[in-house]
Design a protein. Structure first.
Length: 88
């Protein structure tokens, strides 16, 4: 089990290109993106399950932690659809 601060630390250590790839994958292959995140967590030494990942990702979205992530060529903070579902 891990906490959100450990999860955030792991996310921060991902290269921006990798985070963008995961973001894009979430849009067309949610389960595949979850598997990739779970693998990264395990490599980082975090014992975490899918529900914790979803909770932490939702929390980070709500806090704007992903606003600067580029997804399909545009920062999420500028993406109107993203802002509709993740208002700040």
């Amino acid at each position: 089990m891990c906490n959100i601060n450990q999860f955030k630390e792991m996310i921060k250590k991902l290269e921006s290109e990798k985070l963008s790839e995961i973001c894009e994958q979430f849009l067309f292959d949610h389960e595949g993106a979850m598997k990739i995140l779970t693998d990264y967590c395990n490599k980082f030494g975090l014992q975490i399950d899918d529900s914790e990942i979803k909770d932490y990702m939702s929390n980070m979205h709500s806090n704007g932690d992903f606003d600067n992530v580029v997804c399909f060529g545009i920062e999420l903070s500028e993406n109107q659809l993203y802002k509709k579902f993740h208002p700040s």
